[in-house]
Design a protein around this ligand. Structure first.
Ligand code: ATP
Ligand code: MG
Ligand code: MG
Length: 355
């Protein structure tokens, strides 16, 4: 039996574990803070569920492990500065950005980026954490330790956010899912929708961009790329060198989930393109209690993470997949009765995409 250790024991590690079971693959998510003596990785394959690896006793020990997939890539992909530099070296379009070094830069920043600058911590941010939206006059609200530790981006107005999840195997072959349309608020993903009958031009463009990155890095496994769409132009927001929230729909809407795809890629198992035949919707459950009545709709797949509920914390997601748009709409309508009021506009957004 093949053994895989996942650094990080959050929901992504657990969903990798679930995906391994039917394939006879034992996947062990481990806390980054686990005692190294208690983790016997030996000949196992090591992967991660997060991009930024803090220095802990365990990560320190694993630095020298031969089977740590993508190890050398993680530190520079998890730093927004080196990630952006890589994208720009490859001539791939990103949002205009600069390194934020000191507070004398603001005049230049606002003359280049107009009225809104988004400051992002170079490492460790997720779900919009460690980000600050700064308008002229608000510069002093920024914590002083941001200087040198952050990049700053132009705050842009986009038409849509989309993402692409793909995987590369050791032999360089690559597969991709259809592009996913995503709705965020305050930096956190609320809902995603995907259609099998893809916009060919966008799909090809997105695959070309992610393909260039995967090949350049000799990356192995699943990677996601987030884009802003302006007209028909794709601007890269960020890369996630791991399974990704906008790929959770694949658990119930694709013949191979992103979690299984990642395991296949890192274990050198066959990696065919996953088949997607129907639209899917994924609704993130954020800081709310589980409601059993969600399950009364037969399309609803509940994925509950068993985490302590806190505001802004992702505690589960719902997947819906059906070939018939009317049926999907019906389920959305049903769910909106049993979700908090703030989910209504997300559901309307998904219904609009179905029209
Ligand atoms: P994730 O949870 O996806 O890892 P993150 O914390 O790394 O998120 P980003 O993806 O950089 O953060 O930003 C979160 C969201 O904030 C984006 O999906 C987008 O909605 C908004 N955003 C980020 N950068 C910009 C920008 N330059 N202009 C406009 N909106 C932005
Ligand atoms: Mg991110
Ligand atoms: Mg993001």
């Amino acid at each position: 039996m093949k053994h895989v250790y996942v650094l990080g024991d959050g929901q992504l590690g657990h969903m990798l574990h679930q995906a391994g079971e039917p394939l006879g693959i034992q996947v062990f998510p481990v806390s980054l803070y686990a005692e190294p003596e208690l983790v016997s990785v030996q000949q196992s394959i090591i992967t991660t569920e997060i991009e930024y690896l803090p220095k802990t006793a365990l990560t320190y020990q694993l630095v020298t492990h031969n089977n740590f997939i993508n190890f050398k890539l993680l530190s520079f992909l998890s730093d927004r500065l080196t990630q952006k530099q890589l994208l720009n070296q490859l001539n791939l379009s990103t949002v205009p950005w600069k390194l934020l070094q000191d507070n004398t830069q603001w005049t230049d920043i606002f003359s280049a980026f107009d009225a809104l600058a988004i400051v992002k911590s170079r490492v460790g941010g997720y779900d919009g954490r460690k980000q600050w939206q700064i308008r002229p006059g608000e510069e002093n609200t920024l914590p002083f330790d941001c200087y040198g530790q952050c990049i700053v981006e132009k705050g842009i107005i986009f038409d849509q956010e989309i993402s692409l999840v793909g995987a590369r195997s050791v032999d360089g072959s690559m597969v991709f899912y259809p592009i996913t349309r995503n709705l965020h608020n305050n930096g956190i993903l609320l809902i995603s929708i995907v259609f099998p009958e893809i916009d060919n031009h966008l799909q090809q463009e997105a695959e070309k961009i992610l393909g260039i990155i995967l090949q350049e890095l000799n990356y192995v496994g699943v990677m996601a790329i987030e884009f802003f769409l302006i007209g028909d132009q794709l601007l890269i927001n960020e890369l996630a060198p791991r399974v990704h929230n906008s790929g959770h729909w694949t658990q119930n809407g694709a013949s191979i989930s992103q979690f299984e795809l990642h395991l296949r890629a890192i274990l050198m198992l066959p990696l065919p393109t996953p088949i997607v035949i129907a639209p899917s919707i994924m609704i993130n459950l954020i800081g709310i209690e589980l409601c059993e009545l969600w399950l009364a709709d037969p399309l609803v797949h509940l994925h509950w993470y068993n985490k302590i509920i806190r505001p802004r914390r992702k505690v589960g997601h719902l997947n819906l997949c059906h070939i018939d748009y009317v049926r999907l709409n019906y389920s959305l309508q049903y769910l909106s009765k049993y979700l908090p009021l703030e989910y209504e506009s997300r559901i309307i957004w998904a219904q609009q995409q179905l029209q």
